[in-house]
Every structure is written in structure tokens, then in C-alpha cells.
Ligand binder design. Structure first.
Ligand code: FAD
Length: 497
């Protein structure tokens, strides 16, 4: 409540925020988590908490009056439609040259993501975060993150027979015919539940086209892993629909944190301020960067160093579809959870997940989300005239990632005698080059912060989310975000409290 004092305040309840809250609470520290999205614990009019991908409604998007589907077209037709403005689950945040998709709610990105839970290869990790001891990460913190998140790989025997993975087996056949290594991608989806979905004995989620707007069953989001453990400590208060707007040193020590309470249409219903001894920035790469850049520029935290806002990347995300021959269908029933990918990272700088097109009808398309070693990095800056934070990413910078993705798909197309689909992102547009699902960086470890996420200029302030990672993880990022947060919070709890 207004005017109260808290020991640790955590901004955001995604992976970084959940790890921080749990470990602080287990160490006996009282924690208050401020989350601008909703709690996502109450069913809507249809009896379900989350909306289906094929029928978006107000629950689907964060404060938009029109959907902004990542695949904007189908058979060349635009598919976006009007929806009521509401504090929905998926934010399609638009900057000048890129739309950044993010989860909103208690559980952050875990609510909306595909659950692909990938530990990078050790040699790649060393290139990404050279100041972090890889032995510690691979012996302790990656195993801890994988265990807490419930990461599992699909049963390979079931994969061979499941109707819902016919599309992935087609992807494998084509990858292997072109000589690419094909690998299973672990996930936090409950594979036993998915088997029952395929058998028709339980309500369908992954097999019911649920993706992007939440999974009603099956996916072990943070709602099923860290968050129940956090609740069990009895030391953590979570305030959904509350947004942090300012953090500044308090006269009597600690920090004054200004918080706005939001209505479900995004209006500010009240503003409060509390004093916190410590503040953990876990608002996600974009959220944390935007806050810190604004606080530095507007004089709330003027001594923040000049690395704040820098080193932001898109994890090299690009998407594309390929048209298969008429005798090679990919299946009407497609699990929304990708389970395998094509690894051409070492040779071509690309790792491509074989992704579903869960439309319920045969599309003869193979669809891919590629993670590439795109080297471009952008910067967040404060725009005094709009009083907003801008990001200087240029759409043309995706070209580097597209070239890397082509190292896989040009070869497959040549071998198969097939072509790219041109109807998924517009009319005659091959590449989904306008978006990322994997924002990373903006407050990079050992640059903007010390080697554990401490903001050196302001004792008691920490960064503990995807903002720490310099733009790329070579694989899907949340396992690395979780493992790095586990590493950092252990050091912080042991030495700073
Ligand atoms: P987040 O999880 O983004 O959490 C930040 C939280 O802070 C959010 O809940 C936000 O609402 C809140 N917040 C922001 N600003 C404020 C503020 N000012 N005040 C209060 N609260 C605030 N990654 C994978 O590894 N595998 C996948 O399969 C995968 N699929 C994805 C699919 C989609 C559609 C998307 C969007 C992402 C996907 N990701 C995936 C990415 C992954 O979800 C993110 O990398 C991850 O969630 C980032 O974790 P985080 O802790 O940095 O921040």
C-alpha cells in the first residue's frame, strides 16, 4: 500500500523475476513483486482462462484494438481483426523497425511461449557471455534451471507414430536429404498429457491450436513451476495490474518506487509510492531497458553508466515457409509445440525450428522459426520530445539473419525442387523479418552491471532478466535467462543481504 516499506521489490514476474522472488523468499527476505499484466487465474465467459489462436478475443492482446498476428496473412489474405482494448496476454510492441512480441501477466513470457527449453552448446555459451564461468553454468545452474522448469524431450518412439508430428517428420526427412543434422528440441510441455490429447481422452491444448495466447492445459508455464513454490514460502506478495514507472534514491536510504495501478482497459486508476531497500529489474529485456534508459535520462538515476540501453538484439529471429509438393502433405492436425530443429549453426549461423501451422486444414507448407547469428545490435534511447524510449533497430538489419537462414532453406528447396511460400507475411513476401519473439540485451552483464547483475552506481539495484544477455543466445533463450538468474541470485543472497 501507499507509503509502505519493503525489503525487496521485484519488477516483473517472468523468468528472471520468478527466480529472484523464490530465492530471496527462501532466504527469509520479504518480497513484493509488481507485475503490469493480469494474474491469468480466472476463466472467461467461455469457461477457459486463455483464448485460442484461431479465435483471438480481448484476452489475446495487450491494449490493442486490432490483432497483430505474427503470421499476418493466410493464402495472401490479411487475417487481423478488431478486438476490444484490454490488458490481454500478448504484447506486440512496435518500435520503428521491429515488432517485439512479449508476454504480459503473472508468469511473463512463460504464459505465451512455445516452451522450447534449449541449453546452448558450451562453445556457443562461451562466446555469448565470456565473463561467466562455463563450468559453474553447465555443472550447477543449467541443471538447476532445467529441473525447476520441468524440461523434457519427447518420447522418440511416440514421435515416430504421432499424427500431430507428421509435419515435423516431413521436416526431418527433408533436412536429412539435404545433409543437415536434425535434433530434438526439449520442451516444458507435459508430453504425457499430449499423448492423451492425441488419444482423445483429455481436452486438447497443444493439439487444439492453443499457442501465443496461453495454453489451458499441458504447458508447464511458470504458473506450474516457480510460482507455486513462491506462494508456498508465504513471504511474497504479487500485485498484478501494477506498473512501475519510477525508481529513485530515497532520502532515508533505499529507493522510492512509483507504481501505477491499471484497469483492464489500461487506464491508471491510482498511483502509489513505496520505499524498497532493494529493487530487482526483471521487466524483460525491453521493459528493463526502457525503464533504466528513462530513469537515467530524466534524472531519477542520473549516474547509471553509458552501457545502459546498449547491446540489444533480436536473437536473429526470422521466419519463413516452404511450399511442399502435392504428394507431401504436412497434416491437418499439428501440435502447436515444436519439438525438433535443423542445426546449421556452426557452418551457416542458423538453427531452424520446424514450426507448426496449426490451421486445422492441409496447407502443404513447412514452416520454420530460425534463430540466426545476426550480429547487428541496437540501442534504446530517450526521446525528449515524445517522452518515450526509442529503439534504433532497422528492418534491413534482418538481412544478415535471412542470409544465414537461407543457408538451410535454399539448399532444401534446391534438393526437393520446391520454392518458398510467399503468402504468409503479405503478398509475394517470403520472410517474416518484421518481428522478434526473443528480445535480449539492453543492460548487458559485466558492462551495464557487474558480473552478477548489480548496478554498481546504485547499491541495492539489480538487473536479473533477459536484458543481461547481449542480443543472442544461439538457441531459444528462457533456459539461459533462468540459469543466469539462478547463478546471480545465489551470489547476491549470499553477499548482499
Ligand atoms: P519476461 O518473461 O518478458 O517477463 C517480464 C515481465 O515484466 C512481464 O510479465 C511484463 O508484463 C512485466 N513488466 C514489464 N514492464 C513492467 C513494469 N514497468 N512494471 C511491472 N511489470 C512490468 N523462449 C524460449 O526459450 N522458448 C520458446 O519456445 C519461446 N517461445 C516464445 C514465443 C513467443 C510468442 C514469445 C513472445 C516469446 C517466446 N520465447 C521463447 C521467449 C521467452 O518467453 C522470453 O525470452 C522470456 O520470457 C524472457 O524472460 P524475462 O524474465 O527476461 O522477461
Amino acid at each position: 500500500s501507499n507509503g509502505s516499506r519493503v525489503s525487496a521489490l521485484v519488477i516483473g514476474s517472468g523468468y528472471g523475476g520468478s527466480v529472484a522472488a523464490l530465492r530471496l523468499a527462501q532466504a527469509g527476505i520479504d518480497v513484493h513483486v509488481i507485475e503490469m499484466g493480469m494474474a491469468w487465474d480466472t476463466p472467461g465467459a467461455d469457461g477457459k482462462i486463455f483464448a485460442n489462436t484461431t479465435s483471438p478475443d480481448e484476452r489475446s492482446y495487450w491494449l490493442r484494438t486490432r490483432t497483430k498476428q505474427p503470421l499476418s496473412h493466410f493464402l495472401g489474405f490479411p487475417i487481423d481483426r478488431a478486438i476490444p482494448r484490454y490488458t490481454g496476454i500478448l504484447d506486440a510492441e512496435e518500435f520503428g523497425g521491429i515488432t517485439v512480441y512479449q508476454g504480459r501477466g503473472v508468469g511473463g513470457g512463460s504464459l505465451v511461449n512455445g516452451g522450447m527449453a534449449v541449453t546452448p552448446k558450451r562453445e556457443n555459451f562461451r562466446a555469448i557471455l565470456p565473463s561467466v564461468d562455463p563450468n559453474e553454468m553447465y555443472d550447477v545452474y543449467y541443471p538447476r534451471a532445467n529441473a525447476e522448469l520441468g524440461v523434457r524431450t519427447i518420447d522418440p518412439a511416440w514421435f515416430e507414430t504421432a499424427e500431430c508430428y507428421h509435419y515435423a517428420r516431413v521436416g526431418r526427412k527433408q533436412a536429412q536429404r539435404s545433409g543437415f543434422p536434425f535434433v530434438f528440441v526439449p520442451d516444458v510441455y507435459d508430453w504425457d498429457y499430449m499423448k492423451q490429447e492425441q488419444a482423445g481422452t483429455v481436452p486438447r491444448s497443444a493439439l487444439g491450436g492453443e499457442l501465443l495466447f496461453g495454453n489451458n492445459y499441458g504447458k508447464k508455464s511458470l504458473q506450474k513451476t516457480y510460482l507455486p513454490q513462491i506462494a508456498a514460502t508465504g513471504r511474497v506478495t504479487i500485485s498484478p495490474l501494477h506498473r512501475v514507472t519510477s525508481v529513485t534514491p530515497a532520502s532515508g536510504g533505499g529507493y522510492t518506487v512509483v507504481i501505477e495501478q491499471l484497469t483492464t482497459t489500461g487506464a491508471v486508476s491510482s498511483a502509489k509510492s513505496v520505499t524498497a531497500d532493494t529493487v530487482f529489474f526483471a521487466a524483460g529485456s525491453v521493459g528493463t531497458s526502457k525503464l533504466l534508459v528513462k530513469l537515467k535520462a530524466t534524472g531519477a538515476l542520473p549516474n547509471l553508466n553509458n552501457e545502459i540501453g546498449k547491446g540489444w538484439g533480436d536473437n536473429g529471429n526470422v521466419m519463413c515457409g516452404r511450399a511442399n509438393h502435392i504428394w507431401e502433405p504436412t497434416g491437418c492436425l499439428q501440435s502447436s509445440i515444436p519439438t525438433a530443429g535443423i542445426d546449421n549453426w556452426a557452418a551457416g549461423g542458423a538453427f531452424a525450428e520446424v514450426a507448426p501451422l496449426p490451421t486445422g486444414i492441409e496447407t502443404w507448407a513447412s514452416f520454420y522459426l530460425a534463430i540466426t547469428r545476426n550480429p547487428n545490435r541496437a540501442q534504446f534511447t530517450w526521446n525528449p520530445s515524445t517522452r518515450q524510449v526509442d529503439l534504433n533497430w532497422q528492418t534491413a538489419w534482418k538481412r544478415a539473419g535471412i542470409e544465414m537462414a537461407k543457408s538451410i532453406f535454399d539448399r532444401i528447396n534446391a534438393k526437393e525442387g520446391t520454392i518458398y511460400r510467399t503468402d504468409l507475411f503479405g503478398i509475394y513476401k517470403i520472410w517474416g523479418d518484421h518481428l522478434t519473439y526473443h528480445p535480449l540485451g539492453g543492460a548487458v552483464l559485466n558492462k551495464a552491471t557487474d558480473n552478477y547483475g548489480r548496478i554498481a552506481e546504485y547499491p541495492g539495484l539489480y538487473v536479473i532478466d533477459g536484458a543481461l544477455i547481449p542480443g543472442n543466445t544461439s538457441v531459444n533463450p528462457f533456459v539461459t535467462i533462468t540459469a543466469l538468474a539462478e547463478r546471480n541470485i545465489e551470489e547476491i543472497v549470499a553477499n548482499d543481504f
